[in-house]
Design a protein around this ligand. Structure first.
Ligand code: NDP
Ligand code: MG
Length: 392
């Protein structure tokens, strides 16, 4: 029996994870579920999955959750705040932590789970983008098992040898990172000037939370994933190529020096990588339909359009600059995406805000979590001030 804490249970990845857990009550038990604003959903999840603990962000949400749980006669105990998130992520009786909080808020609790040596199912790519060096050092120090949930990275993981010790030793020449191209693939900058949040959140293949949906539309998601892949697989940005593949059936590929290219295919449903990581090295039923190649019939590939989607280029630049440049990129992007969702700035201004932070702030080498958070805060303040300036 694997005992699991699910950080971000009420989100898209959280729900998919609980769907799989619910299919295998003999294999997985829930220790703690966490949420932020969706308190009613969290209460229902606690009841359904018999959670020992539930964690929310503040005292008001905690008391609301407590009364909902009392009405449902659920025995779940309620905690709140970042320390509580860290507590349920590192508790002794927990084997596995699904890190599925969105954005920078995921970093501290995920790192707490790493330091406690838990098996980490990593969906929260932002924590690696912000603090990849510290994060990977902590993984090595604690001996934590780190398994990628992001579909592309999970695909690459599946295509690498089990004893992978770096690209050279494994004979890997390149990682090919799949990108769907998002809802605006093929659009010009002019066409994207007036797009609305609803359009940006309507992904053609994947159903996801709003922040990652906007990132997918701007290709910033692929940029964050590029940085994530560098840390996970210990490769340089130059060893990664982004391949636009609109059908989202090939989730990524690994090219070897002998000319072989291995790929992982499947229907675009996050339950496949989640089930893979939960059961690894075994395989379990995920509820995902078998892939029907005859129905798919064809697979297309294109180069990414860096001129129309400058966020991807900005991420390549931040990856090359290293230091705290990726943390600045990530923080400015979070602020810009929220401003776009709040209709304060246009879609194409997201890249403008990120670029302004990368140009306007000096880079440093963060050597501690505090230093990373300082860079994060600095970039948030800088980009908020810039948004106020350009707000239409
Ligand atoms: P959602 O927005 O659907 O869910 C986010 C979760 O985080 C919710 O449980 C939310 O709570 C919680 N949350 C939000 N803000 C905070 C905060 N400040 N403190 C604590 N908890 C918070 O996102 P997704 O599930 O789509 O994505 C989660 C992560 O997984 C992201 O990092 C994303 O990049 C990554 N990912 C997602 C994929 C997908 O298909 N969705 C694919 C690959 C990676 P509440 O809803 O209650 O407010
Ligand atoms: Mg992905």
């Amino acid at each position: 029996m694997q005992t699991i804490t699910l950080l971000g249970a009420t989100g898209s990845i959280g729900e998919s994870t609980l769907d799989i857990i619910g299919r295998h009550p003999d294999k997985y038990a829930v220790f703690a579920l966490t949420g932020n604003q969706q308190i009613e959903k969290l209460a229902a999840q606690c009841l359904r999955h018999n959670a020992e603990y539930a964690v929310v962000n503040d005292a008001l949400s905690a008391s609301k959750l407590e009364s909902l749980l009392a009405n449902l006669k659920a025995p779940t105990r309620v905690l709140y705040g970042v320390d509580a998130l860290c507590q349920v992520a590192s508790a002794e009786s927990v084997d596995t932590v699904m890190a599925a909080i969105v954005g920078a808020a995921g970093l501290v609790p995920t790192l707490a789970a790493v330091k406690a040596g838990k098996k980490i199912l990593l969906a929260n790519k932002e924590s690696l983008v912000m603090a990849g060096g510290l994060f990977m050092d902590a993984v090595k120090a604690s001996g934590s098992l780190l398994l990628p949930i992001d579909s592309e990275h999970n695909a690459i993981f599946q295509c690498l040898p089990a004893n992978y010790q770096g690209a050279d030793a494994a004979g890997v020449s390149k990682l090919l990172l799949s990108a769907s191209g998002g809802p605006f693939r093929g659009w010009s900058v002019e066409q994207m000037l007036s797009v609305q949040p609803e359009q940006a959140c309507a992904h053609p293949n994947w159903s996801m939370g709003r922040k990652i949906s906007v990132d997918s539309a701007s290709l910033m998601n692929k940029g964050l994933e590029l940085i994530e892949a560098c840390w996970l697989f210990d490769v340089a940005p130059s060893q990664i190529e982004v391949v636009v593949h609109p059908q989202s059936v090939i989730h990524s590929l690994v090219q070897y020096t002998d000319g072989s290219v291995l790929a992982q295919l499947g229907n675009p449903d996050m339950r496949t990588p989640i089930a893979h990581a939960l059961a690894w090295p075994d395989r379990i039923l995920s509820g995902v339909e078998n892939l029907n190649l005859f129905e798919i019939a064809r697979l297309d590939f294109e180069q990414p359009d860096l001129a129309s989607f400058p966020c991807l280029q900005l991420a390549f630049d931040a990856a090359a600059a290293a230091g705290d440049a990726p943390a600045i990129l990530n923080a400015a992007n979070e602020i810009a995406v929220q401003a776009f969702l709040d209709r304060r700035i246009g879609f194409t201004q997201i890249a403008q805000v990120v670029d302004n932070s990368l140009q306007g702030l000096d880079f440093s080498e963060p050597d501690s979590l505090d230093a990373v958070q300082e860079s994060d805060q600095k970039a948030r303040q800088h980009s908020m001030a810039y948004i106020t300036q350009i707000e239409s």
